[in-house]
Design a protein around this ligand. Structure first.
Ligand code: HEC
Ligand code: HEC
Length: 437
């Protein structure tokens, strides 16, 4: 049990989930925002890993509490394991600041059946492999790393992605993302992407996927539940809702996901349920989801990566990016909802360079279906923060930007060929643009 989750924080904020959007509703901050349209000026100059600009003090407190939870290193006595990949979110999301990227790759496995259906091999510890165990738990039993089981016929690597700015992505109205898919299907059917329809963990209903290499999860709350369990082995008892009139909190059990997994069920090492008897905390590790709310709030309030300096070359490079077809998937600009319940999130224009749709990338696809994303379909990788990345593409296979672009296959082939045909001066300008993101 995490000690800090014992403190009752739920009275300080509530999370309402209707459309899969994470909403932190704070009466005080709403009043604050409505009065002056923003909070105090940001602290001494923006830094990567800082909060969104102009947050009122109560939201800044949530950001700071959330950051503490995100950086907090768990021990087996607090819920870590039995098997896990690391002991804190910030161990992987670390560069150039908490919430960023790292070179860490995570392994996923499963089985494609002869009829094409996908089995995440839950009974054998799938679909995420945990590369560490908590160690000696009895004189004769040591919990070690999981192995890819023999039943698996597909194994993929996924690179740690950047979380800075994801609260703004969550605040894009779902109908704008749907409209972008329709626009692409009408204007450029050959390269059009589609929404990955995924399951909302709390409602069990279909929602628009936005997060992860295949847009496989719809909101930051759900991603936090999933990452807490799959990367750290920490599971929470259920999700809570707060009655706005009385402030009373109710805990609800999570429904099972589409693949039969339950977010509150501890991962048995490679599916060996007998080993669960050695879990220092039998059953859920946290009695409520306060820690999940803290993690989700930190990510929701984390500012986008600060854009590097632009130059004549980078400006010319962006024009080339647009003219050779890169922007047809890497949508430069989005705007958050005008009626977002939290004023600090309203009407913000930002530049993630992604449509958050999945595209058929041919042989670049990783082969693993997730939600309604087929084996070859991948989410257009957002390009903000590109200059911090140690290497590129979902499995980190590309060491240079040139490698990353020329690896675009399937629906990306035409743009990649247009890039290859560009002259040295045009390529230099395009690189100046990409390196400024
Ligand atoms: C062992 C390394 C590791 C740890 C620990 C880790 N992550 Fe991640 N994270 C990853 C990888 C790898 C991905 C890409 C996963 C994918 O899309 O399949 C990722 C992706 C994400 C995303 C999606 C970002 C996007 O681009 O849409 C979110 C959100 C996230 N992690 C949150 C968390 C939270 C919260 C924690 C702590 C509970 C955490 N992560 C712990 C490695 C890690
Ligand atoms: C058909 C849609 C599409 C087009 C067109 C497209 N991309 Fe991409 N791009 C993607 C997808 C999808 C990914 C993620 C691929 C993966 O790793 O699985 C990606 C990844 C990238 C990456 C790697 C990002 C990272 O974080 O690793 C870069 C860089 C990139 N694209 C640049 C470009 C440039 C430059 C062009 C124009 C020449 C372009 N893309 C055209 C869909 C597209």
């Amino acid at each position: 049990m995490k000690t800090h989750s014992l403190k009752k924080r739920s009275d300080k904020f509530r999370i309402i989930s209707q459309t899969g959007l994470l909403l932190i509703s704070l009466t005080a901050s709403q009043a604050y925002g409505q009065n002056n349209g923003g909070g105090p000026p940001p602290p001494s100059g923006p830094v990567d890993g800082g909060p969104l600009a102009g947050l009122p003090p109560d939201l800044l407190t949530l950001f700071n509490d959330g950051k503490t939870a995100f950086e907090s290193e768990e021990t087996p006595e607090e819920g870590l394991g039995l098997v896990f990949n690391d002991n804190a979110c910030a161990k992987c999301h670390s560069f150039p600041a908490t919430g960023g990227v790292s070179t860490t790759l995570v392994t996923k496995f499963g089985r494609i059946n002869p009829d094409g259906s996908f089995d995440p091999l839950v009974a054998f510890g799938g679909p995420v492999m945990q590369s560490k165990g908590i160690g000696q738990v009895s004189p004769t039993v040591v919990i070690g790393a999981e192995k890819v089981p023999l039943q698996a016929n597909i194994v993929v690597k996924r690179r740690t992605s950047n979380l800075m700015g994801l609260g703004l992505v969550e605040a894009i109205p779902g109908n704008m993302i749907l409209a972008e898919a329709v626009r692409q299907a009408t204007l450029s059917p050959k390269t059009a992407g589609h929404v990955n329809q995924v399951t909302n963990m709390r409602t069990g209903q279909s929602t628009i996927g936005r997060f992860g290499w295949k847009s496989q999860l719809g909101n930051l709350y759900d991603f936090s539940v999933d990452a807490y369990k799959e990367e750290m082995g920490v599971v929470v008892a259920g999700f809570s809702t707060i009655d706005p009139s009385t402030g009373a909190s109710t805990l609800h059990p999570f429904p099972n996901g589409g693949d039969g997994r339950n977010p509150s069920q501890e991962n048995a090492p490679n599916g060996n349920a007998a080993l669960l008897a050695f879990d220092p905390i039998p059953g859920p590790d946290d009695e409520n989801d306060d820690s999940i709310k803290e993690l989700a709030n930190f990510q929701a309030l984390l500012a986008p990566p600060i854009r590097g300096k632009s130059s004549t070359d980078s400006i010319a490079g962006e024009n080339i990016f647009n003219s050779i077809g890169c922007a047809s998937c890497h949508t430069p600009k989005w705007k958050t909802a005008t009626d977002h319940p939290i004023p600090a999130f309203r009407n913000i224009t930002f530049q993630p360079y992604s449509d958050f749709l999945v595209h058929d990338m041919g042989k670049l696809g990783d082969g693993m279906p997730e939600g309604t994303a087929g084996p070859r379909e991948m989410r257009t990788a957002p390009l903000w923060g590109l200059r911090f990345q140690p290497f590129y593409l979902h499995d980190g296979r590309a060491k240079t930007l040139d490698d990353a672009i020329t690896a675009h296959a399937g629906q990306g082939t035409v743009a990649a060929s247009a890039y290859s045909r560009s002259n040295a001066d045009q390529k230099r300008k395009l690189m100046a643009f990409l390196s400024s993101l």
